[in-house]
Design a protein around this ligand. Structure first.
Ligand SMILES: Cc1cc2nc3c(=O)[nH]c(=O)nc-3n(C[C@H](O)[C@H](O)[C@H](O)COP(=O)(O)OP(=O)(O)OC[C@H]3O[C@@H](n4cnc5c(N)ncnc54)[C@H](O)[C@@H]3O)c2cc1C
Length: 291
């Protein structure tokens, strides 16, 4: 199939894009990398009458180091972020997770903002954004607002973005230099969306005990899912095979994923537990301590 007819606008600045959204918001869709939107248009699952192409607005693509972390422009290509030295130094969890997103060809076009705005529950970036304390900057002709992940991700393919709003940038906290991290997922074929994925961040004290543990899962709910009971079970302890197995058991019991044609809920729960244990061990190793 081919897309239904639409009017095509190509703003050359962030402000022009916001002006176009003010004029056409409810009937328009912004086009970022097109890796999710173009198939939807081609199948006529989305039929906007206006396309606002962001690809000619260079002021939406940047990576900046800040005092507390980094700021990434929405139109930054996933592949650029994956190989960026600032991200490698300050948020290696993000760089690692990006390697799991589709294939290099997709990441070369796909953008950080497009993935976050699309909010696929199996996508890697929402879980990483949740762990790195993301702040989403939403701009419109009415002004700007800044939301955290809990207020930005509202459920399956749904965010707080209003029809006239543009996601312009995401602000992330830098990982503490002594934090260990890991990202694992299971997909049916390399490059497919994950059946289940997990992002982990761990900090240890000088004695090898966890002082902070964060786990965020993809593919097991409408958006990124934290399991605070599993995080609490590891906090204050050394990461051993036994503590990792205990965390896995809690994760399996706490998650409530759906079954679909790709995997049953029971399989997803089991995989989430296995991946949680693996991610905890790897993160603790990188933080310099596994007993
Ligand atoms: C074969 C294949 C495999 C893939 N595998 C994975 C995978 O494993 N993991 C994964 O996470 N993704 C995967 N993707 C999707 C890919 O990551 C996309 O790049 C991403 O979902 C959308 O980013 P985009 O820049 O292409 O956005 P687009 O497709 O251009 O846009 C997606 C949606 O977001 C909206 N949007 C985009 N930017 C903004 C903005 N700045 N403000 C407001 N709204 C905006 C658009 O209007 C549209 O509704 C895959 C895609 C393909 C084709």
């Amino acid at each position: 199939m081919k897309p239904a007819p639409f009017m095509y606008l190509a703003p050359t600045t962030r402000q022009e894009a916001i002006d176009a959204l003010r004029q056409y918001g409810p009937e328009a869709k912004v086009l970022a990398g097109g890796q999710s939107l173009v198939p939807l248009l081609a199948m006529r699952l989305a039929r906007p009458s206006v396309i606002i192409d962001l690809n000619r607005a260079p002021d939406l693509a940047f990576i900046r180091s800040t005092q507390t972390g980094l700021t990434i422009g929405a139109m930054t290509r996933q592949r650029v972020a994956e190989t960026d030295p600032i991200i490698a130094a300050r948020a290696p969890l993000l760089a690692e997770s990006l390697r799991w997103v589709g294939h290099p060809q997709i990441r070369t076009r796909g953008t950080i903002g497009g993935s976050l705005a699309h909010a696929d529950p199996s996508a890697e970036l929402p879980a990483v954004a949740e762990l790195l304390g993301a702040r989403f900057v939403l701009a419109s002709a009415r002004g700007e607002r800044v939301l955290d992940a809990k207020r930005f991700f509202l459920g399956y393919l749904t965010t707080a973005l209003a029809p006239d709003e543009l996601l312009t940038q995401v602000r992330l906290l830098a990982q503490p230099p002594d934090a260990g991290w890991a990202f694992y997922e299971v997909a049916r074929r390399h490059g497919d969306f994950a059946l289940v994925g997990v992002a982990a961040l761990v900090r240890m004290d000088g004695d090898g005990r966890c002082v902070a543990v964060r786990l965020a899962f993809t593919g097991v709910g409408g958006g990124p899912v934290r399991v605070s009971e599993a995080e609490a079970a590891v906090t204050g302890k050394r990461v051993t095979d036994m503590t990792a197995a205990e965390a896995a058991r809690i994760v399996e019991g706490a998650l409530d994923p759906d079954s679909d044609i790709h995997a049953s809920a029971a399989y997803r729960r089991h995989v989430a537990g296995v991946l949680a244990a693996r991610a905890l061990m790897q993160a603790a190793r990188r933080a310099g301590s596994v007993t």
